[in-house]
Structure formats: C-alpha cells, structure tokens
Design a protein around this ligand. Sequence first.
Ligand SMILES: Cc1cc2nc3c(=O)[nH]c(=O)nc-3n(C[C@H](O)[C@H](O)[C@H](O)COP(=O)(O)OP(=O)(O)OC[C@H]3O[C@@H](n4cnc5c(N)ncnc54)[C@H](O)[C@@H]3O)c2cc1C
Length: 421
Amino acid sequence: MPQPPRRAPDSGTTGDLFDGMADASPRDDPGFEPTPAAAQARLAAVRPAAYARTRNHLHGAVTRLSPYLTHGLLSLREVVTHLRRAHGLGLDHKLVQELGWRAWWHHAWRHQGEAIFASLHEGPVPEAAYARELPADVLAASTGVPVIDQSVRALCASGYLHNHARMWLASYLVHVRHVHWRAGADWMHAHLLDGDLASNHLSWQWVAGTGSHKPYLFNAENVARYAPEDWHSFGSVVDTSYEALEAIAYGQRQARPADAPPSRGRHGSRAGGGETLEAVPVTPQRPGAPCPAPDPADFAGREVWLVHPWALDGPPRGLPAGTLVAGLWLDDHHRRWPWSATRWHFVGRRMDAITNAQWRGTAAQWTRALAGAARVSGWQDPHLGPLSPALGLALRPPAFAEPATACRSFSQFWRAVRFAD
Ligand SMILES: Cc1cc2nc3c(=O)[nH]c(=O)nc-3n(C[C@H](O)[C@H](O)[C@H](O)COP(=O)(O)OP(=O)(O)OC[C@H]3O[C@@H](n4cnc5c(N)ncnc54)[C@H](O)[C@@H]3O)c2cc1C
C-alpha cells in the first residue's frame, strides 16, 4: 500500500539567516587536515545558534566535524562535553540531537549487527526491481540534473557532502533511478572521509524507506530553497510534484524530464563547468604504501598501543617507556569496504604521523601476532568487528547514557538518553 511521501524539511525564516557564521562557511573552507589541531579548531569554530537556524542550507553553519569523529580524532563525548561547557547546550538543542543521531545509528548497529546491511523491510518496490550497479552517468556526474552532478563532484573531489546533498543524491538514486540503496551506500561510504557504516547505511535505508515508514522524496523547489543557484534543477526530472515523485518511487510512472511543468525556468543541464568526471576508483589497498603482515616476532614481550583508522587520536600520555605504537590495518574490513584515494590519504597521513610502524593483516593474523605481547591496549571500534573485544581493547567513555535494551526508533531512544557524566 503506497504511503504518502516524506518531504524535505522547511527552512523557516530567512532574514538574518547567515549572520555570525562567516567562519563556518564552506565557501572558504580549508579542507580537512588529519591533525588534532585541525579537529580542535573546527570544534572551537562551532556556532550552535547559527547551526540551529541554518543547518539545512548548503552554505549553512554546519560543523564539518564528521571526519574527525569517524576517525577518532575527536570523540563524541569530547564534542558533547565542549558544547555543554562552552555553550551551555542541553539535550534539547538541535546540534546535540544531531550528534544523538550518530549515537542512535550506533545503538541500532550494536543491537542489529549484520542485519543493517540488508533491507530491514521491503521498500516502495520489491528488492529485485532495483538495479545493483550505479548508472555510468551518475558516476561521471553527467546526468544533466545539476543537484546530482554537483553532489557527485563535491563528494569525489573533497570526500565531504552536506547532509541535505546526501539525502538528495540518495533519494535520486533509489527513487528516481531505481538503484538499490545498498549499491549507493557502499559507493558513498567509500568516498566519504567520514564514512561510518552505521550512519551511512542506516541513513540510506531511512531515505530508501526500507528502514523507515516512507521514502524520502525531494523536488527542484526544495533544492532551490536550500542550495546555491548552480545546483538548481528546474526543468529536470526532479522538477515535478511530490505526487509524481511518489508514483515514480512506487514504480507506477516512468521518470522523465517532461514531468517538469513547462513554464519553469531552466538553469543549464551541466553542473561544475561542463567536463565529465571520470568514475573515481575505490580500492582495498592504500595506494603506493605496501605494509607487512603482522608477525608474532614483531610484538613478542612488548607493550603495544594499537592505532587503527577509527582511533587516530594517538597514544595517551603516560604509556610505559618503549611501548610500541603499532598501526593496525584490518584486511578483512578493507577488502569488504574499499576506500577512495582521498580517504586513504586522509587516514594514512595521520597513521604515519603517530605510529612507530604499521602492519596489515586479517583478524586471525592480528590475533595470532599479538598473542605473545606483554600487553595490548587501544580503543575499541565497531568497524573492527569482533577483533576489538578479542584483543581486549577498551571502550571509549560514552557521550550519552543509553538504554541497554534495543530501542525501536530515534524518538524512543532520545527520550531515554541522558548525558553520561
Ligand atoms: C545518505 C546519507 C549518508 C550519510 N553517511 C554518513 C556517514 O557515512 N558518516 C557520518 O558521520 N554521517 C553520515 N550521514 C549523516 C550526516 O549527513 C553527516 O553526519 C553530516 O552531514 C556530517 O557533516 P557535519 O559534521 O558538517 O554535520 P553537522 O550537521 O554539523 O552535524 C554535527 C555532527 O552530528 C552528527 N550528525 C549530524 N546529522 C547526522 C545524521 N543525520 N546522522 C548521523 N549523525 C549525524 C555527525 O557526527 C556530525 O558531524 C549520512 C546522511 C545521509 C542522508
């Protein structure tokens, strides 16, 4: 039974929308440096009031903290503690709630495990009706739908995409082009510097309607409200009513540019200067940096601090002298979830800066190699799978005290959550 579509959120008033947020504007953004100093500078630049007013806009005062959170240069607790102390924010503030979404997706992953990588329930059309490959014109940023081509270009060039652009891109792929959410999610995860399996794959399911009650749909008017002019997509396939988009999503109608009302203005069909983007490859190996497999002889009798891609904050002070700061690359993970060169570069530079040496191996090789170490320490992360508890790594102190039992929805989760003091 078709459900009414979920529509994009309204912006509220505009007026002084961008006041006081110049230092947070992506227009002058220096990009992402994989250093604690850069992470701390972003945290210090957060403007919660401007965030709450403008976060849905592509040039709104979003924090761009996510690559630092995903890779452990900042912990969720550190960010939340800063927002409480420096800005007096409570659980009711929009920014704290958005950080809560990150905690919620991880709660869902913890309780549902591998199940989050398959559709949680059926979406608008049966699974078999969705393509398993991304269309070549999407990969080449040459669909002729400016909002999509701009999004693909930004993602591939910088490894970052505003939340709204992620929603538009995911919605277009799943509901207009009928690509399976999993194909889109794997591709986006590979390119995002903040690629996080829980936030990414469950957000795709939310958009797809396989993890939520309704598909998320958007149209050209919504893009025009939140994005700069070169993203506007009047005259394209998304320039149509929500009813028409819903019919396309449910397979009752073909998507075609003629769905656009004829009176609409057209803003060109090519985004980003006209050239076509080569499909950007993703790889399970760090380009140009071969790593030996972990060998028991390298660790025998040693104190070891493990640095891995989700714990790039570096070793804590006070480790015993002579501790080996060992870089861990997990073969099982990278074979399954390849990364773009941009992401390898971001993580690899930080790894090089803080480790004595690096190794790459499977969970079985790592467990065997570390068995003879005097002591192994480091932080757990779910991206390491069963390896982190197997090695006895420590859980990071949480930002929120969450219910131990599984919640069914974000609102149920958020009602039960308290700050972890
Ligand atoms: C299709 C899709 C895929 C996504 N994939 C990822 C991903 O791989 N990794 C990831 O960290 N986020 C993902 N998100 C969530 C969100 O888009 C990003 O966290 C956010 O855009 C990161 O930019 P920011 O730090 O400037 O966010 P801000 O808006 O400044 O938010 C501050 C922080 O709150 C958290 N946050 C905000 N919104 C969300 C959200 N909806 N879900 C979870 N956490 C949120 C993030 O940690 C973010 O850094 C995805 C969303 C969608 C719709």
